[in-house]
Design a protein around this ligand. Sequence first.
Ligand code: 5AD
Ligand code: SF4
Length: 434
Amino acid sequence: MPEPKKLFIETLGCAMNVRDSEHMIAELNRKDSYALTEDVSQADLILINTCSVREKPVAKLFSEIGVFNKKKKPTAKIGVCGCTASHLGEEIIRRAPSVDFVLGARNVSKITEVVDTRHAVEIDTDYDESSYAFGEYRSNPFKAMVNISIGCDKGCTFCIVPATRGEEISIPSELIVQEIGKAVATGAKEVMLLGQNVNNYGRRFGTHEEEIDFTGLLQKVSRIEGLERIRFTSPHPLHMDDAFLEEFASNPKICKQIHVPLQSGSTRLLKAMKRGYTKENFLSRCAKIRALCPEAAISTDIIVGFPGESEADFEDTMAVLEEVRFEQLFSFKYSPRPMTEAALYEAQVDPLAASERLSRLQARHTEILDEIMDAQLSKTHAVYFDELKPQGKVAGRSDDGKLVFVEGSEELLGKIASVRITKTSRGALDGALL
Ligand code: 5AD
Ligand code: SF4
């Protein structure tokens, strides 16, 4: 057996990218044998799996390529993959000729076709069955990530994703079930269903025809024997119909953690963002979740400083935070992106005002989070342990997605156990096994 080649892979951005990186590792291993390394200077192949949702990481890409060039072996190849690859394409090679190939977010399954072709650029976003061929590689053996759809049709005016990931296509449910079945057979008890808009599942398939929606898919997936936990990301508030929320609340395999991306609490701005819901619709969906499932952890994404945002609009966002009390908040300063409508809007917000609003939002959220976490003391959670930690600790997630540490060893891995919380902090909980 020849020595495996060494692969360094940096993954930026969302869960979709994490899964795409797994997919590329699996594809590469079909052709050759690769071992992962965290040391760039040892690598034969360096992959940067990029995100283009905001401008900063895109700007950082080129300085990073420069750093890798200095550190890498002379024979090592560099590939730029993911959303920035899709959006900049050949320009990446023009600006950084040391890059060997460029592979778009929709094309990751073609990694073996470009890896040996100097200056190959593969960024097509047209429909192609291979764009959702599953690769068999899991970064965590106890959990699987499985795409249920690719692309996005929504066209929110701030978002570059529809341009980088292309049209939304659902993956046939039988394939999804098959994929999860394989993961369960090899030790995964939990699945994360992935898509840009998971609860729009079933609206359009590729060459396949099937009558099914996301609720139907959840029911089907939950019948897989040996699968104990189902998570999904991200749903869209617009498609949170009652049937879906009732399934979420009543199906014991579905983890009680739900991401409801708000973006803004101002109905006026939501319209300018083309989100398709009002502040009131959003609040009614969250109220429904709380009514059906009081223990659910609700998380969100918020953008501040969207063009035209006034102090009053921002206060609407703060009011929603106050009412829903999101547990996790991913908050961003608006970043104008090419190929998006909002980048052309005239009323861009003063960046200093946007930064100040972002700080205010985050400070208030931190207080709320502290209250939520403090209230966990002495509570009992069912924790699925999936990671060994230093100093004799094992980490896992509660059903509602909280990170929990206990003292223990390898035997706990892959098991779900009851834990009483003994210490709380903002980011994680400590507990004792019951
Ligand atoms: N500027 C700032 N944040 C953005 N997001 C998407 N596009 C932009 C942008 N142009 C945020 C949204 C989305 C998350 C993944 O990234 O909140 O839900
Ligand atoms: Fe972007 Fe909106 Fe699609 Fe999410 S739903 S990926 S924010 S266009």
